[in-house]
Design a protein around this ligand. Structure first.
Ligand SMILES: O=C[C@H](O)COP(=O)(O)O
Length: 244
């Protein structure tokens, strides 16, 4: 899944989507999705109409409609064939002060619209150094479980993104990421073994074409949420191929 963040232009959207169609077609077993900025969802919807590449959005308001200037709702995304919505990305948590409770409400709003939330969780550098990773991700998961119930994870994806690895070039090693992914699955299994077994847990944080295969080889890493490398057609194509 490519998260384009605050990047793009009509030309870039057209060029990138055109370039991604071939690798996506070559790798039918790999689920590929892109999350452009909201302004380009309509253009992407049209360009992806004949493609297996799914469309995602980067955020959604917790309300469906109303006097919430500047916001976009999951229900609106349904008109653009959006299937996934990121919730709780670390850039939203830190730059927009989104608390766990807000993230949980957004997760619920996405599901109310019939879409699949991609719940982003992960620890900061200081929390990693303090050995608090598991406590942090469990707290972030628990907030959603408290609000929505464990059964809500029947229709959700989790993205583990250590904040210290996002946009820094410092990818977590496959072993570090695997340890956290396994702990997430074990935590969920304590509540519902079937959900824990089937939920997709993506890794995010400086994933590149060269590092993807090593990550995907790990038992509990089911894919990647990719930022910078998702803007470079050849890099994202290499990540898609690494998943095949
Ligand atoms: O949503 C994507 C993540 O924040 C990873 O971004 P990055 O691949 O640029 O580190």
């Amino acid at each position: 899944m490519g998260n384009w963040k605050l990047n793009g232009s009509k030309t870039m959207v057209a060029d990138l989507i055109k370039a991604l169609k071939a690798p996506a077609t070559e790798c039918p077993a790999v689920a590929v999705a892109v999350c452009p900025p909201v302004l380009f969802l309509g253009q992407a919807q049209t360009l992806l109409a004949d493609s297996s590449i799914a469309l995602g959005a980067q955020d959604a308001d917790l309300n469906s409609e109303g006097a919430f200037t500047g916001e976009n709702s999951a229900i609106m995304y349904t008109e653009f064939d959006v299937q996934y919505v990121l919730v709780g990305h670390s850039e939203r948590r830190t730059l927009h002060n989104e608390a766990d409770a807000t993230v949980a409400a957004k997760f619920a709003a996405v599901q109310r619209a019939g879409l699949t939330p991609v719940l982003c969780i992960g620890e900061t550098d200081a929390q990693f150094e303090a050995n608090d990773t598991q406590a942090v991700v469990q707290r972030q998961l628990q907030a959603v479980i408290d609000h929505c119930g464990i059964e809500a994870f029947n229709n959700a994806v989790i993205a583990y993104e250590p904040v210290w690895a996002i946009g820094t070039g410092k990818t977590a090693t496959p072993e570090i990421a695997q340890n956290v992914h396994a702990a997430i699955r074990t935590f969920l299994a304590g509540l519902d073994a079937a959900i824990a077994a089937k939920i997709q847990i993506l890794y995010g944080g400086s994933v590149k074409g060269a590092s993807a295969a090593g990550l995907f080889a790990m038992a509990d890493i089911d894919g990647a949420l990719v930022g910078g490398a998702a803007l470079i057609a050849d890099e994202f194509a290499a990540i898609i191929r690494a998943g095949a």
